[in-house]
Design a protein around this ligand. Sequence first.
Ligand code: NAD
Length: 337
Amino acid sequence: MIKVAVNGYGTIGKRVADAIKQQNDMELVGVSKTRPSYEAMIAIRKGYPLFVPHQSEDEFEKRGIKVAGDINALFEKADIIVDATPGGIGVKYKEQYSKLGKKAIFQGGEKANVADISFSALCNYDEGIDKKYIRVVSCNTTGLLRVLCTINGLAGLERVRATIVRRGADPKETGKGPINSLDLDPVTQPSHHAADVKTVLKDLDIYTTAIIAPTTLMHMHSLEVRTKRDVTKEEVLDTLRNTSRIVVIPLTAEIEGTAEILEVTRDLGRIRGDLYEVAVFEGSIDVRQNLINLVYAVHQESIVVPENIDAIRASMGYKDSKELTDRNLGIMRGELL
Ligand code: NAD
């Protein structure tokens, strides 16, 4: 059993913790919280041992939240730590992980140099094997890389242009916006996503533009890919349908956008209504010789969960974990419906 600790039980951490519980070769040794919030109460209700900063233990106990120990004790119990703290905090913890000789998985909010490699399972699982520190790229970059590495396998990549419409905040983030504007992100483009994709596909010619939209549900990407050889629409569709972690939204479903996609995941009984897969709109796929255009949606809160599970196994030396992860998490391929 791989003993895993989750440092930072927030949007990503809680989902990774639940996913670890679904793996029969992993044990969740505990999770951490810095504040005695409702999320700490949920961790306790789920039976997850909760570790908090030493100086905050009394504050948690006063609120009736039972603490298993201080965060350092959590790290000591683990073979590997999934750091799901807010961007820029993980790098500060790295020294502690390193002193204890522990492996760690970082998230996309950290700079690429926090880890030995940036990781996207469909692109570079093998590079992650036995690495001490792995950074799972951000939600947008994971979406981009899944689709790009799939098309790369089909026909090679010559040039990529992408427009990213980002959600303004996660559903629980009531203090974030915009609430009535479409904002350039950043004002001086390109967005950082092109450089982030290049941490994995190093020589790719890619330019990305990003706009933040007043929605909390999902991101949407419009992608134009010039491939090395000509392809047909049927080839592209077949390849997308046959790739795990990508689903095609069939035209027959008459789904117009992100609200209806997440209605489907709730109707299907997915945990929290999450969608681990990239969802490509069939009606958006246009192929002319070596030019592919398509639009897809990315569920920012959950897309990186399978990659975190794979990154744990890769770091622990497993040769390939993608199929096992997919089976354990009930990941779909083919069509959404
Ligand atoms: P979050 O704010 O929802 O959760 C972070 C958690 O870390 C919270 O529970 C917070 O209490 C805890 N925390 C804060 N400071 C801490 C500290 N010093 N020590 C221990 N715990 C601490 O954030 P999130 O959205 O889950 O993001 C976590 C990471 O995942 C970031 O790097 C982010 O960029 C990345 N990420 C986020 C999303 C997303 O859409 N939310 C998607 C992909 C990747």
